[in-house]
Design a protein around this ligand. Sequence first.
Ligand code: A2P
Length: 340
Amino acid sequence: ENLNVAIVGATGAVGTKILEKLLERKFPAKTIKMLASKRSAGTEISAGGQTYIVEETVPESFEGIDIAFFSAGGSVSQKFAPEAVKRGAVVIDNTSAFRMEEGVPLVVPEVNPHMLNEHEGIIANPNCSTIQMVAALQPVKEKFGISRIIVSTYQAVSGAGAEAIDELEAQSKEFQERSNSKADILPSASAAKHYPIAFNAIPQIDMFDDSGYTLEELKMMNETKKIFGDQNLAVTATCVRLPVVTGHSESVYIETDDVNATVEDIQSAMKGASGVVVQDDPSTQTYPMPLFAEGKDEVFVGRIRKDPKHPGGFHLWIVADNLLKGAALNSVQIAEELIK
Ligand code: A2P
């Protein structure tokens, strides 16, 4: 009970889960400061029998703070993370602001905890879709090697924040007019056009790059290589938003170096891994689904099957709660690893 902790974005979809996880896991915090924008200063948040009062984020907020969790968007991290570091805090940043910078460890504790030793004040929490994929693939990579990953995602709206959840709910209520539903947030608040998400599938998450990929897809491709420490790994992604509230799903195709690996080998490697649960039995229709992964800490894997033609090729279906393992839980696990 000796650490002073701050949560920036404390009123948001991820920030509220960070508080929950800190309390649930009995993180040794002496104080927890809840920070957001000026708009929500004074708002009360109750959790664990205590009431926390939200304060506006200013540079001085970080005086005396040991660990600051950031989940208020990239621009807020750009502005305030250096202020927090300057005042002696270690920042665990959930945004993409610093992930690919040198000197910024990008960490999934089950995969590359050793990278934490190299931080210079900021540690980055990877993209939600990347985290669940690398956590599930790590035991396979360790045992059989992986040379190639092709992933397609089926992502929940909560990854785009609390306002995106509201948007899906409002559109769902007006489902008869769904094609004309008012859309302001998705696919990306800063995009020129907005499309309804209710009863739809939007093949755009974040903005487009000149390459024709979206930034979300590029995050998955670049972050996976950095976390695995393998710049030769071939990774390519298609990211799609679905009308699911919470829980990202992924269809993942891998090529193992060991072409003799069997489905049973892959299953047993994953069964021994911490934080991974295999739910894979077609005879009982057992496979992961986002509705059942919501609220759970683990990454769930099913539908593991061999490519009939390509040696070493496997398909997997990977599902996790994007707000927990994909964000808040992984951030808190980074903090736990840091103070070990
Ligand atoms: P606020 O509620 O005051 O707007 P989400 O990811 O669910 O959209 O949440 C975003 C989080 O980021 C919220 O907690 C929001 O606080 C916070 N936030 C937005 N802008 C700022 C800012 N300029 N400074 C600090 N926090 C901010």
